[in-house]
Design a protein around this ligand. Structure first.
Ligand SMILES: O=c1ccn([C@@H]2O[C@H](COP(=O)(O)O)[C@@H](O)[C@H]2O)c(=O)[nH]1
Length: 282
């Protein structure tokens, strides 16, 4: 191996995601090994079943998706052995050149946030992904350790702004014209200075209808990626995406889990389901 290559800093997450979207199209596929899906695939709800499922999704879908998004909760429910599977998946994805977004929704006071940042974004850490989802309920500024470490390591973050679930309204819409969601979006935008696509993204559900416009979020100004869950199993499709995002659509990375994963275990069907979803949404 060229010793210089191993120490060269990686490009920023924004640049790497933009390249992946150009090469593989604009879909993120979630890896959510729900017990019912494992059963439908003929797998046991065990770490071994989990490993088979996760690696099969990587092999089948990795080549046609801009990123994969393992849902950390579904690995955590298997304890240490489940996390070992997640660690293996992240390593294999990195070897295959497939970007990963760990859907961990972390957020805590600064001193603890530092540890979360190192766990999910730290160079050489076993669970480090290309990006992680963050929960700003303790205040956007509490996320500072993750924002800084992501920038330093060429990784990214996606901060929850308007989530896809109906219960999110009670918190995220609060505040009227100065809503919580609007302030989170503005704070994220302020992080993405410079011409290149920024590394601070937002999570905005594809199911939100016209909420972003009504609440005055300036999403086209973000200069970073918008991860949009809610596709398929939660009811959103192409029209919902267009209605929710308008001029911000070029920033949007839709993500679908159950609706794609249900096409397995056959690798060809799984890949076709991902390609159809991606092409339908384009
Ligand atoms: O607002 C949010 C934030 C995260 N999620 C996560 O995305 C997937 C969606 O799965 P589907 O099977 O496509 O519904 C899941 O891991 C959620 O925890 C979200 O849905 N909404």
């Amino acid at each position: 191996m060229d010793p210089e290559a191993s120490t060269a800093p990686r490009a920023s997450f924004g640049e790497r995601l933009a390249a992946a979207r150009s090469a593989r199209g604009s879909l993120c596929v979630g890896i959510d090994p729900h017990p019912a899906l494992l059963a439908a695939w003929g797998l046991e709800d065990t770490p071994a079943g989990l490993e088979h499922f996760a690696l099969a999704v990587l092999d089948a879908v990795g080549p046609v998706a801009a990123a994969l998004k393992p849902q950390v909760a579904l690995f955590e429910r298997h304890g240490a052995r489940g996390l070992a599977v997640l660690e293996l998946l992240l390593a294999r994805a990195a070897d295959a050149g497939v970007l990963t977004i760990a859907d961990a929704k972390r957020g805590d006071i600064g001193s603890t946030m530092q540890a979360y940042a190192e766990a999910w974004l730290g160079e050489g850490r076993p669970l480090a992904a290309d990006a992680v989802t963050l929960n700003p309920y303790l205040g956007f500024e509490s996320l500072r350790p993750a924002l800084e470490l992501a920038a330093a390591t060429g990784r990214g973050v996606f901060v929850l702004a308007l989530t896809s679930n109906p219960e999110g309204l009670s918190v995220q819409h609060a505040g009227g014209a100065e809503s919580v969601a609007r302030s989170i979006a503005a704070a994220a935008t302020a992080e993405n200075i410079g011409p290149a696509p920024g590394h601070v993204g937002l999570v905005v559900g594809a199911t939100i209808g016209d909420a972003a416009q009504r609440l005055g979020l300036d999403l086209p100004a973000l200069n970073g990626p918008i991860l949009a869950p809610g596709i398929g199993a939660q009811g959103a499709g192409r029209e919902a995406l267009a209605g929710a995002f308008g001029d911000a659509l070029p920033l949007v990375l839709p993500t679908a889990s159950r609706s794609v994963l249900a096409a397995g275990p056959d690798a060809g069907r799984l890949r076709t389901a991902a390609e159809r979803t991606r092409d339908h949404l384009a």
